[in-house]
Design a protein around this ligand. Structure first.
Ligand SMILES: Nc1ncnc2c1ncn2[C@@H]1O[C@H](COP(=O)(O)OP(=O)(O)OP(=O)(O)O)[C@@H](O)[C@H]1O
Length: 292
């Protein structure tokens, strides 16, 4: 019960604003995908198209092999949770859960009730009367308990405090292991979600900057530290994302996967080589004018 996604040359325009321009990507079924990128890079727009909330201006989107637009089968298997969407804010939460239990084929009411307890949500209350973080937590409950074939969480953590966010991540992972499905997490809190991700898509200015399996990405990028001239000689010809100097010591972040020979070369030159975490990689790759 997992939907895969194929996006080909997707363009979405809002009047004269081009939110996505010829974006192409594939999301394999049954995996947790991270959708990352700076503000305005097009994440919400992409998720809205996948959930058939919005129509492409051009290009093709296939969810489980079919165009999701006005497609009852695909729409029934897709759940988009975002701050403003998918939960009735002026209806008591119990009524919303009752409705979802009837309307969504895989909805797990026991899980929903357990998560309501975890997030200390009173089912008699309406989301409009809740704090922002509690409203987000209810979105998380709905998204998890719906167990849709394609579950899209658009910055679901907004307003949630750290313990609630971690409770959400733990619940997601636990339920995903039991019930694998396709999950897309759009987030700016990259450090927090990194451990959950099997595949990462980075959007930048409406295009796909990178789409890679998390383990491949984990080996991409290196931090080279040592005496300035030796570092500069080593990184010459490689793509330098950032160069920092502290007295005679230089630390250069390069966008390169260093093989054993390159690491031995660095070691022989008296340099230290360390990994680059995903957050830093995203920051450097999407910086306005990356250092070369
Ligand atoms: N309803 C709209 N009308 C006009 N322009 C819009 C609309 N929604 C989004 N945009 C524009 O489309 C672009 C992409 O926006 P989108 O919300 O998809 O980005 P995002 O990556 O989700 O951003 P954030 O991280 O800030 O949530 C931005 O330039 C934004 O200003």
């Amino acid at each position: 019960m997992s939907f895969g996604v194929e996006v080909q040359d997707l363009t979405v325009e809002y009047g004269r604003t081009v939110a996505l321009e010829r974006a192409s990507l594939t999301l394999a079924p049954g995996a947790i995908h991270g959708l990352l990128g700076r503000n305005g890079s097009g994440k919400t727009t992409l998720l809205s198209v996948l959930a058939a909330f919005r129509r492409p201006s051009a290009g093709r989107v296939l969810v489980d092999g079919e165009d999701p637009w006005e497609n009852p089968r695909v729409m029934a298997g897709t759940c988009l949770v975002r701050e403003s969407g998918d939960v009735e804010v002026d209806t008591g939460m119990k009524d919303t859960l009752d409705y979802l239990e009837r309307a969504r084929p895989h909805f797990d009411r026991d899980l929903a009730d357990r998560l309501m307890d975890t997030f200390e949500l009173d089912p008699r209350r309406k989301p409009t009367k809740l704090s922002r973080g509690k409203r987000s937590a209810f979105g998380a409950v709905v998204g998890l308990a719906t167990r849709a074939e394609l579950t899209l969480f658009d910055e679901v953590y907004l307003g949630m405090d750290a313990p609630s966010r971690h409770a959400f991540y733990d619940a997601l992972l636990e339920d995903y292991v039991e019930h694998p499905r396709t999950i897309v997490l759009s987030s700016h809190l990259i450090e927090e979600i990194e451990r959950l991700l099997e595949h990462v898509v980075i959007l930048d200015r409406g295009g796909v900057l990178l789409a890679e399996d998390a383990d491949v990405l984990g080996a991409r990028g290196a931090r080279v530290t040592g005496p300035g001239p030796a570092v500069d000689a080593f990184v010459a010809g490689r793509r330098v994302l950032r160069r920092e100097q502290l007295g005679p010591t230089v630390q250069a972040t390069v966008d390169a996967t260093l093989d054993d020979a390159a690491r031995a070369e660095a070691h022989a030159a008296g340099l230290e080589v360390g990994p680059v975490d995903l957050q830093s990689l995203v920051v450097h790759l999407t910086a306005k004018e990356p250092a070369r």
